[in-house]
Design a binder for this molecule. Structure first.
Ligand code: NAD
Length: 496
């Protein structure tokens, strides 16, 4: 049996993609892919075991030693442009698959997930063509001298381990530069969102990417495809986006064989709103940072600090924003918020909603599960939620929840705001709202994060460095920075 993401009786079944073929695991093991909207069965996913991971590594090695390894940069870039074009041509298929897996509103996926998925191939195809390497000439005792130049060579086989919140976008953010740099990849998508990675296999094959360059193995983490892949000695480097605790487990696996890692991990991001902000813009911006994608964005804000003079007004306005977000089917007009990814994640988020109550929070908005009609009642719905009044030591303020919720606390001085923002083990992103330009620069330089937005949120120029400080990550990806992980410099020294 061989199938990819095929529609069979209204369900989507996902096979592994190895050596340009769709492959069902030898073990015959499958797991269910269920809709977060109404818990209906979307399809079965073939769970890769050790034989499939082994086959994927073999296919990737063969590609590097075969036609892919011999392709020049111009040809590789052309192929990646073709991948981006083909994703756009099949835009509706990708959109349907992504929305089915995540339940996110079509309005969001059609503006963010799918276009960015295609753009990630084009941007990195351009980057690799335009980055020079270095050259040094040196003198030698015999007077003839020597020259040095650096060649950029691919790392080899890259394992790409992805989360479920922005499946296509975050996966292509790694696959795009990895392939542009001449590597071969083995992708392990999240077990929650297997479809778009599988569909991308069809695209790769269609546009003529050689067999073994792009492979997909499905499954879970420990005792499944994720662990088998990251432990495999034939994998040269691992790029991972997901929880910090998972990053730690993967780092242990990578230690065997001293293999490189690039990590984009969790966050507990602060939003800082000064009294001199453009108030409406700040409400819009923080509203997106807290509630977009049902709060399941690593860059999202779960701690908001507001300067005291505008605190009450801000809380009232954000409450109105939260209450204006209507849950509904992804394709329905007027849907402002989708469900969480799964019932399991819903349980986790609700446990924090309970903790907040137990610790004496004032629940400004939400705090529970909305009542949904008909079959939607089986979905992983959650209310957008705002709290005030908790101490900074509360688990709700210290731990990443990954839901559409935030705690809002007042501050009195810039010094205090910076201290509060930095008082976390994480360091991914922050969003600061002020019209005082001098203050903006001053604060941005002091907040310990990989990305600091001023008067904006999730505004991304893909040429800029992206990553986290402290426990939010290791390394930077984006633009030329991706080359640091996906290539190695080989110095050639020639005695003249
Ligand atoms: P997760 O860590 O649970 O899973 C991510 C991936 O790792 C999945 O594919 C999973 O199957 C795999 N995995 C789990 N255990 C593994 C193991 N031992 N070995 C190998 N693979 C393993 O994360 P998630 O719940 O899918 O995603 C949400 C998390 O991702 C949040 O913490 C969020 O902040 C983070 N995230 C970070 C960024 C960023 O750019 N920093 C972006 C998006 C999401």
């Amino acid at each position: 049996m061989s199938h990819s993401v095929t529609q069979i009786n209204g369900t989507w079944d996902c096979a592994n993609f190895i050596g340009n073929e769709f492959v069902v695991a030898q073990s015959g093991k499958t797991f269910e892919n269920r809709s977060p909207v109404d818990h209906r069965l979307i399809g079965q996913v073939s769970e890769a075991g050790q034989p499939e991971v082994e086959a994927a590594v073999r296919a990737a090695r063969a590609a590097l030693e075969g036609p892919w390894g011999k392709l020049d940069i111009a040809k590789r870039s052309e192929l990646l442009y073709a991948v981006g074009d083909e994703i756009n041509r099949r835009f509706d298929d990708f959109l349907q698959a992504e929305v089915a897996d995540t339940g996110k509103p079509v309005s969001l996926a059609s503006h963010l997930d799918i276009p960015r998925g295609a753009a990630n191939f084009r941007i990195f195809a351009d980057v690799v063509k335009n980055v020079p390497s270095e050259f040094f000439s040196m003198s030698t005792p015999d007077g003839a001298g020597a020259i040095n130049y650096a060649l950029r060579v691919p790392k080899g086989v890259i394992a790409v381990i992805c989360p479920w919140n922005l499946p296509l976008l975050l996966m292509t953010w790694k696959v795009g530069p990895a392939l542009a740099c001449g590597n071969a990849v083995i992708v392990k998508p999240s077990e929650e969102t297997p479809s778009t990675a599988t569909l991308l296999g069809e695209v790769m094959k269609k546009v003529g990417v050689p067999a073994g360059v792009y492979n997909v193995v499905h499954g879970f983490g420990p005792g499944s495809a994720g662990e088998y892949l990251t432990r495999h000695p034939g994998v040269n480097a691992i790029t991972f986006t997901g929880e910090t605790a998972t990053g730690s487990a993967i780092m242990k696996a990578a230690a065997e064989g001293v293999r490189g890692v690039s990590f984009e991990l969790g966050g507990k991001n602060a939003g800082v709103v000064f009294a001199d902000c453009d108030f409406q813009a700040a409400i819009e911006g923080i509203g997106r940072a807290v509630f977009a994608n049902c709060g399941q964005v690593c860059l999202g804000t779960e701690r908001v600090y507001v300067e005291r003079p505008i605190f009450d007004r801000f809380v009232t306005a954000l409450k109105a924003k939260a209450e204006s977000l209507k849950p509904g089917r992804p394709e329905a007009t007027g849907t402002g918020i989708g469900p969480l990814i799964s019932r399991e994640h819903q349980r986790k988020v609700l446990s924090y909603y309970q903790k907040a109550k137990d610790e004496g929070a004032h629940v400004v908005a939400g705090g529970g599960v909305p009542s949904m009609p008909g079959e939607l009642a089986d979905g992983a719905w959650i209310e957008p939620t705002i709290w005030t009044g908790l101490p900074e030591t509360s688990a709700v303020i210290r731990e990443e929840i990954f839901g559409p919720c935030c705690h809002i606390a007042p501050f009195d001085t810039e010094e205090e705001a910076v201290r509060l923002a930095n008082d976390t083990a994480y360091g991914l992103a922050t969003t600061v709202w002020t019209t005082n330009l001098t203050r903006a620069h001053r604060v941005a330089a002091r907040i310990e994060v990989g990305i600091c937005w001023i008067n904006s949120w999730f505004l991304r120029d893909l040429r800029t460095p992206f990553g986290g400080s402290k426990q939010s990550g290791i390394g930077r990806e984006g633009g030329v920075h991706s080359l640091e992980f996906y290539t190695e410099l080989r110095n050639v020294c020639i005695k003249l």
